[in-house]
Write a protein that binds this ligand. Structure first.
Ligand SMILES: *Cc1c(COP(=O)(O)O)cnc(C)c1O
Length: 407
């Protein structure tokens, strides 16, 4: 009998989105004509930029002919894309990152999930709460999270609560940690850290030989000046941080799949015998062993987002969602809600009425208003008492949903 990795059976089934689907289906069955508006999804709705579609068609045509056909590419990504990333996302913004510090992938979910491969299980891991579930679950799969308790929290993880009381700015951990997951702009809360607030974490990592795993999947939604797009805007961050980026929310690549991870060459970890080891080398080894590169056609599509027309089309996509999110923010405020986020992210995090749970409030909005949200409790204990509204829907539905809530 083949013995399985027991860590997998310790992880509770991913209950959040299946439970939402179940409740929505039941409501629909009882009210077949209910005009349901879905504001719970984290998926985009607008199609890809034309520049990316044209690039994919051209690349597909190249794959038709022996002279232009491309087989296996570099596991780290083609130079054309790595160079475009370096120039547009870093050099042009005054950040010094080199092409061999960029690892192109099929998305930030894979990379944030896989990064744990190169770190020992004895590392103490800190995760902001609420959070994107991938950070918690992949540490649990690796056996780094300990045991789940009745409340759903894991014994060996250090949770950093983010709530209205601390204005969604996590406090430094009171015990020493080695790996720190930060996601800003944040999913699910839509909140951000200022440069000064992020500097506190970079300094903590430096002083404690910790590494920050910085998920910047939503950087393209930033509208405020003082919010860093990259952790490398912070002095010294290249010594302590890995950054994850994605074309998914920025340019509509959720189904097309492309992202990248930045691993600075000066970032070091320590081996069990105390030697300093370059993290970039380890990640390169991991990727070249377990990953065979992102599809050529898709890398051309990603490259095209940096062309002059691609940039304009991406901006138009983002402007559409940004307008949606301000409609939601303002609509909720007008309807009397206490809201957070939504200025630099496609999510608004709203407080539910005193004494109500986030699942109860989810049910209320579904049954009384025909609006689907995401209950905050699904993202961790500190998400209790909140629901998330997403701005990825149509303009019409966004406006209609706010009208229903204002009544
Ligand atoms: C959507 C999302 C990602 C991106 O995932 P992809 O695999 O690139 O589609 C990464 N991190 C967070 C927090 C997200 O919400």
């Amino acid at each position: 009998m083949a013995q399985i990795n027991d860590n997998f059976i310790k992880i509770p089934a991913t209950y959040l989105f299946s439970e939402i689907a179940k409740r929505v289906a039941q409501h629909k069955e009882e009210n077949p004509t209910a005009p349901i508006i879905r504001m719970g999804i984290g998926d985009v709705s607008l199609p890809l930029p034309d520049a990316s579609i044209d690039a994919m068609i051209k690349a597909a045509e190249e794959q038709r002919h022996a002279e232009t056909f491309r087989g296996y590419g570099p596991e780290q990504g083609y130079a054309f894309l790595r160079d475009a990333i370096v120039l547009n996302d870093f050099t042009d913004k005054g950040i010094n990152i080199e092409a061999d510090e960029i690892f192109v992938s099929d998305g930030a979910k894979s990379d944030t999930g896989n990064i744990g491969d190169i770190f020992d299980n004895n590392n103490r891991v800190a995760i902001t709460d609420p959070s994107y579930p991938v950070y918690v679950d992949t540490n649990a799969m690796a056996g780094r999270a300990g045991e789940p308790t009745a409340s759903g929290a894991w014994t060996n993880l250090v949770y950093l609560p983010c709530n209205a009381e601390n204005n969604f700015v996590p406090a430094l951990p009171t015990e020493k940690v080695d790996l720190i997951y930060l996601c800003y702009p944040n999913n699910p809360t839509g909140t951000t850290l200022t440069k000064e607030q992020l500097t506190v974490w970079v300094n903590y990592a430096k002083e404690n030989n910790a590494i920050i795993l910085f998920d910047a999947a939503y950087e393209a939604f930033i509208t405020e000046e003082d919010v860093p797009h990259s952790i490398y805007e912070i002095e010294g961050a290249k010594d302590v941080a890995i950054e994850f980026r994605s074309f998914s929310k920025t340019a509509g690549f959720t189904g097309t799949r492309c992202g990248y991870t930045v691993v600075p060459k000066q970032l070091m970890g320590t081996s069990s015998t105390g030697e300093k080891v370059q993290i970039n080398k380890l990640w390169n080894r991991r990727q070249t062993t377990k990953f065979n590169g992102t599809s050529y056609v898709v890398q051309r599509a990603a490259e095209a987002t940096y062309s002059p027309e691609g940039k304009l089309q991406v901006k138009a996509l983002l402007d559409f969602y940004k307008e949606n999110v301000s409609i939601i923010r303002e609509g909720l405020i007008k309807a009397g809600y206490t809201v957070f986020g939504g200025k630099n992210a496609p999510y608004v995090w709203a407080k539910v009425p005193q004494g109500m749970g986030s699942w109860d409030y989810f049910d209320y909005l579904l049954k009384e208003k025909n609006i689907v949200t995401t209950p905050g409790a699904g993202f961790g204990a500190s998400g209790e008492g909140y629901v998330r509204f997403s701005a990825f829907g149509s303009r019409e539905n966004t406006i209609e949903a706010m009208k229903r809530l204002e009544k």
